[in-house]
Ligand binder design. Structure first.
Ligand code: ADP
Ligand code: PRP
Length: 181
């Protein structure tokens, strides 16, 4: 069976990666979402993640539990191998990734597609403040971070998520599944 695509959703903090992933998986039955391990306390935000301590994260990493892992914003993030099982069954899997993890993702996934989201700086700032998860200082640091470029040769769909979420989701679906109408 042809392996599914790992669909890496990337872009600056607050651009709407988790919101787009959740809405897209809600309307597209061929898509799973990779649940991440993050060294952040649990919250009621747009992402369903496994909250772990740094000690636990390091133990999981040492055990080889992660297909991909990285650090950003003073946190550690990991995608467990178990979160990517759908790929071998031919299912497409959405994963919120650091742009810096894309070279590793390209090396590991048989098929990688990047969904790169962007929005104007003032939109990002307003969303992060409205989300209210970080302090003003931490939000400033998130806004100042510039991500790595998409590695050459990897198929990429670039979308603006400045407007309605539903518009972005429809555009993403049309780009990923052009025949579905
Ligand atoms: N198109 C949109 N229009 C308005 N608000 C949005 C849109 N997309 C996301 N948001 C909001 O912006 C905030 C950040 O979204 P989130 O999905 O957590 O971003 P990221 O995962 O990229 O950090 C959330 O409060 C979310 O509800
Ligand atoms: O190297 P970069 O491409 O800048 O990405 C670094 C991190 O930032 C993004 O998270 P986000 O800011 O959305 O925060 P969250 O995943 O902790 O919500 C992304 O999910 C990465 O974990």
């Amino acid at each position: 069976m042809t392996q599914g695509r790992l669909i890496a959703v990337v872009g600056p903090s607050g651009v709407g990666k988790d919101s787009v992933m959740r809405a897209l998986a809600g309307i597209e039955p061929r898509l799973d979402i990779a649940r991440r391990c993050i060294t952040r306390p649990p919250d009621n935000g747009s992402e369903d993640f496994d909250s772990v301590t740094v000690t636990r994260f390091e133990a999981l990493r040492a055990d080889g539990a992660f297909a991909l892992n990285w650090g950003a914003h003073g946190l550690f993030y990991g995608i467990p191998h178990s979160a990517l099982h759908g790929l071998v069954d031919g299912r497409d899997v959405l994963a919120n990734l650091s742009r810096g993890a894309l070279p590793d993702a390209a090396a590991r996934a048989a098929r990688l597609h990047v969904l790169s989201l962007d929005a104007a700086p003032e939109v990002l700032a307003a969303r992060l403040h409205r989300r209210g998860r970080e302090s003003a200082k931490a939000i400033g640091a998130r806004l100042a971070r510039s991500g790595a470029p998409v590695p050459p040769g990897v198929p990429v769909t670039r979308l603006w998520n400045d407007g309605a979420l539903s518009d972005t989701v429809e555009q993403a679906r049309a780009a990923l599944y052009p025949a579905s109408g």
